[in-house]
Design a protein around this ligand. Structure first.
Ligand code: CA
Length: 220
């Protein structure tokens, strides 16, 4: 689902993988280990990781939040790009997949840069807001339960600073968002989220057809 971009042939995808992303043995091992899991297809594509790395460095981002950590690939990419003074708050509820994440973060020397919160993400985000976190973050990445995307987005929009960026994964959902015959709850939620973001005058936005769709929103 998210291991290749929509409508790229396998040949072209292989080409992108070969010359579009720099080799990274640690990330490749994490990809391989994650691929053996039941939900292994949930990890972001390598080229999407490279794009996020570039965006974070362009922004000079130092403080980030992630909603949905899984086995830690995007968190590793993010924390590394934040630099030694950076901090990532990573939200997830699964102790098993995040145990894999912690192993790779430690190996990458990033363990002290990542603050993993094993709790429902809305509770963590509300806690950050209650602790005076409003406007304190540069970047947020959302890759979690789709029906809650709107709720995550509203909190993250308060937590990031003006000029900060929210990146939202899976917004093309294997193309189902554009197929009116598809109406399971995640599809309906993503369709509503995409419409909302398109009309949201609080941000500049673009939906990038990379991986399974990555929506970018910059807070005005
Ligand atoms: Ca995803």
């Amino acid at each position: 689902m998210s291991s290749r971009s929509l409508s790229l042939s396998q040949t072209l995808q292989d080409y992108v993988s070969a010359v579009g992303v720099r080799p990274d043995p640690l990330l490749e091992r994490l990809r391989a280990e994650t691929a053996t899991l039941e939900w292994g297809r949930m990890q972001i594509s390598a080229e999407q990781g490279a794009l996020m790395d570039l965006l974070l460095r362009l922004m000079g981002a130092r403080q980030a939040i992630e909603v949905g950590t899984f086995t830690g690939y995007s968190a590793l990419v993010t924390a590394r790009a934040l630099g030694p003074t950076g901090r990532l708050v990573a939200c997830d509820i699964n102790p098993e997949t995040t145990a894999i994440a912690r192993r790779y973060w430690a190996e990458a020397g990033l363990a002290d840069r990542i603050d993993l919160r094993l709790a429902p993400a809305l509770d963590t985000l509300d806690g950050l807001l209650a602790d005076g976190g409003e406007g304190r973050f540069d970047f947020a990445f959302v890759d979690a339960d789709k029906p809650a995307y709107g709720a995550y987005y509203e909190r993250l929009l308060r937590l990031i600073r003006p000029g900060g960026l929210i990146a939202v994964d899976n917004t093309l959902w294997s193309g189902k968002v554009a197929d009116p015959s598809e109406n399971e709850p995640s599809t309906v939620a993503l369709r509503a989220f995409n419409r909302m973001l398109h009309g949201d005058s609080r941000v500049e936005m673009a939906l990038i057809p990379i991986g399974d769709g990555l929506s970018l929103a910059r807070k005005r």
